[in-house]
Design a protein around this ligand. Structure first.
Ligand SMILES: Cc1ncc(COP(=O)(O)O)c(C=O)c1O
Length: 378
């Protein structure tokens, strides 16, 4: 089955009871044992719940994994995953990441004894010299948040595997609809399901998707022990979101292409970061490893005044910290997602007071362009 069909009819999902078309919300913390020996799949919802099982099954199938584990947020998924490396080992990480991931690595993983090297993994040749005998994983976001660096997943996987390390990919920006890292050699795929997977800015969620059964079992053990699981109603919302993933992303991508091209000719936009531009340094890799260019744009405007005018004056876009939903949002990374990154480091990477990140929704593209035009003032 093609991906747009799997979004709606996951072959691996069992049919809900009574002919229900949608998976019911199993709002139950616990499940009855039908006999002393009964060890049915469902006993207590921290371990598993039918609503969660349904959304996990659909995600595993979409991503081509043996298993997917649903968490209460993307950060919960990442925090649980980091238990694989507790107090030993070394990780090579991309240096342009969602600020919350950097906060987790610097303020929780590092004090617990994990050592990190950060580098621009879009130059895969940067990874090899950092490998050490205790390197346990290479961690990347591609495209990265917010600078849209593109890393060649297959090349990064080959380098990591040759050193006996795992390749972990945060695939939040592309989703399995546009990019399937496990097919390209990755071992773990991480998601903020809050974004495109849910798609409606109405719930938090996270996923880990695995290629290897043993690794999946280990992570399931950590997940059930720590308990940051996705609640039944949120499972329902994410499963519903997944059903429209394909149509939303097609529309969002088409809108984004138009808006990026318009922004590029605006004299107020000094630099437009969009992986769909043919002269983007990652365009060739994107064309090879993705079936679409996503719906994220970052822009460096000519002045702080223009950036603030945009945030103040937009009427359809909204100034809010998230991405991937049907509503178009604009984020000020300096004040929001990347506020915890030390200023000199942030500025050195170009995340300054003129830099905004745009998540394009499913509104009419011409309306969105008109909105930006009036907000910018020409
Ligand atoms: C790329 C990326 N990864 C992970 C996360 C964390 O996800 P959550 O906010 O669902 O905890 C985010 C959140 O913005 C993100 O953008």
């Amino acid at each position: 089955m093609k991906k747009d069909t799997v979004c709606i009819h996951s072959a691996r999902c069992t049919r809900p009871e009574h002919g229900a078309i949608t998976t019911p919300i199993y709002q139950s913390a616990t499940f009855v044992h039908h006999g002393v020996e009964d060890e049915s799949e469902y006993s207590y919802s921290r371990l598993q719940n039918p609503s969660r099982r349904a959304v996990e099954t659909r995600m595993a199938e979409l991503e081509g994994g043996v298993d997917a584990i649903a968490f209460s947020s993307g950060m919960a998924a990442e925090a649980v995953m980091m238990n694989l490396f507790e107090s030993s080992g070394h990780i090579i990480s991309g240096d342009d990441l969602y600020g919350g991931s950097i906060r987790l690595f610097r303020h929780i993983s590092m004090p617990s004894g994990i050592r990190f090297d950060f580098t621009d993994t879009s130059r895969v040749e940067n990874i090899k010299p950092l490998l050490r005998p205790d390197t346990k994983a290479v961690y990347i976001e591609t495209p990265s948040n917010p600078l849209m660096h593109v890393t060649d997943i297959r090349a990064a996987a080959d380098i990591a595997h040759a050193a006996g390390a795992l390749l972990i990919v945060d695939n939040t920006f592309m989703t399995p609809y546009f990019q399937r890292p496990l097919d390209l050699g990755a071992d773990i795929v991480v998601y903020s399901g809050t974004k495109y997977l849910g798609g409606h800015n109405d719930t938090l969620a996270g996923f880990l998707v695995l290629k290897d059964k043993e690794l999946a079992e280990k992570l399931r053990f950590y997940a059930k022990t720590i308990g940051a699981c996705l609640a039944p109603f949120d499972c329902f919302l994410i499963e519903r979101g997944l059903k429209t993933l394909a149509v939303r992303l097609e529309k969002q991508e088409a809108n984004t292409r138009k808006i990026a091209n318009w922004l590029r000719q605006s004299p107020r936009a000094q630099k437009v970061y969009y992986v769909g531009f043919e002269d983007h340094p990652g365009f060739a890799v994107t064309s090879r490893q993705c079936s679409g260019c996503g719906a994220m744009i970052s822009v460096e405007f000519d002045s702080v005044e223009t950036a603030e005018n945009v945030l103040r004056n937009v009427k359809i876009f909204q100034y809010a910290e998230s991405l991937g939903g049907v509503e178009s949002l604009i984020t000020y990374p300096m004040r929001q997602t990347h506020a915890d990154i030390p200023e000199p480091e942030r500025l050195a990477r170009g995340i300054n007071d003129r830099f905004l990140r745009i998540s394009v929704g499913i509104e009419n593209a011409d309306d969105l362009i008109e909105d930006l035009k009036q907000a910018i003032g020409g």
